[in-house]
Design a protein around this ligand. Structure first.
Ligand SMILES: [Zn+2]
Length: 133
């Protein structure tokens, strides 16, 4: 377990380095609305605690996949759709949460871009960790 955590930390460090070395003038990712207050703190807690693209993708999973991934949570696909729509609506009403979403989306794009631009480096990193005992 500790090895896995260390591996993830190394990988995140590698990604952060690759993203910061990408020199095409992208502005740094910075959240503009973080000092604003969320208008619906219960929803805001979800949005603050989760990576927004990941949360929305998770809520959109088919029932059988969701049940496999989260066996303790009994939320039907319909329940999850309603929750996802509530979140999406909230982004249009709440500057705090909209800023958090924008930051998460920007981060996801930066990660995706780093993956595309550094396939070889990332592949080497992953195959070198696989060989460790
Ligand atoms: Zn909010």
């Amino acid at each position: 377990m500790e090895t896995r955590v260390a591996l993830e930390a190394d990988f995140i460090q590698l990604l952060a380095r690759l993203i910061s070395e990408s020199d095409d003038g992208d502005p740094p990712i910075e959240r503009t609305g973080k000092d604003l207050t969320c208008s619906q703190p219960v929803l805001g807690q979800w949005i603050d605690d989760c990576d927004v693209p990941f949360l929305l993708e998770t809520l959109a999973l088919p029932d059988e996949v969701f049940a496999q991934e989260f066996p303790g949570i009994t939320l039907s696909q319909n329940d999850r759709e309603v929750f996802a729509k509530t979140l999406v609506m909230h982004f249009t009403e709440c500057a705090h949460c909209n800023a958090k979403k924008a930051e998460d989306v920007a981060w996801k794009l930066a990660v995706d871009k780093a993956f595309v631009e550094n396939k070889r480096t990332i592949g080497q990193f992953l195959s070198s960790t696989k060989r460790k005992p």
